[in-house]
Design a protein. Structure first.
Length: 241
């Protein structure tokens, strides 16, 4: 797929996400948020997962439990690519298993972080998220994080898991349920179970998590009760840095 086609697909996905976010706000208003939406901190969202809109892009599929949890704390701003125009919309970014970004946007992302931006990147080397779409469908999340050198540039290596299946790991001080989580190695501060890496990059920070299936907590059962708590705690940590 050419760079132009990739960018066109990313922009289409963002347009759908923005439309879905507006629908979610009307159809599923959030009870007892921390404050008026305008007063909540902005959180940019770049993802290939069906968090804002379901796979079928129907009203019934709008507003995943993960999005609802994030909406209670943040003013969500879906974006299509990590280019300068989109990154200028906020100082905190959640990249949840994003599509491969064009090279020029990876350069922009790195520069944004080094100037003080903060990013939580869920980079899954073996995504197990259920999907009705066939492999290769451009609207299906990729089976693995499409790294084109970003992690190595930040001093990290992401390995596939030794074993597949559910596994309990630590995230933000909480026990969370992951599915086939990867392993992180490198020069950043990495947790004992190798799920999470905290990196200082210039004046900014990046937290990398080697799993994205944990955002499908509603499908994972009671052992995933603190999955969103872990994500929110990691975002709160980035806000303070």
């Amino acid at each position: 797929m050419t760079s132009a086609r990739v960018r066109a697909l990313l922009i289409l996905s963002a347009a759908l996400a923005l439309a879905a976010a507006a629908m979610v706000a009307v159809i599923h208003p959030q009870p007892h948020p921390l404050g008026p939406r305008a007063d909540r901190p902005a959180l940019l969202l770049l993802t290939s997962l069906p968090l804002v809109f379901g796979e079928g892009f129907s009203i019934e599929g709008a507003g995943s439990p993960a999005l609802n949890a994030l909406n209670r704390r943040y003013r969500m701003i879906p974006i299509s690519v990590a280019d300068p125009a989109n990154l200028a919309k906020g100082e905190l970014l959640l990249m949840a298993h994003p599509l491969a970004q064009p090279a020029e946007d990876l350069v922009a992302l790195d520069a944004w972080v080094r100037r003080g931006g903060r990013v939580l990147l869920l980079a899954d080397p073996m995504l197990e998220w259920p999907s009705k779409r066939p492999l290769g469908d451009p609207l299906r999340a990729p089976p693995m994080f499409m790294d084109t050198g970003l992690l190595a540039h930040w001093g990290l290596r992401l390995d596939a898991p030794d074993e597949r299946g559910p596994a309990t790991r630590k995230l933000g001080g909480f026990n969370v349920l992951t599915v086939s989580p990867g392993l992180l190695f490198g020069s950043c501060a990495i947790g004992d179970d190798r799920l999470v890496a905290h990196c200082r990059i210039g004046m900014g920070s990046a937290t990398i998590v080697a799993d994205a299936d944990l955002l499908d907590a509603a499908s994972l059962g009671s052992k995933a009760a603190h999955n969103f708590d872990g994500v929110l705690e990691e975002l709160a940590r980035l806000e303070k840095e």
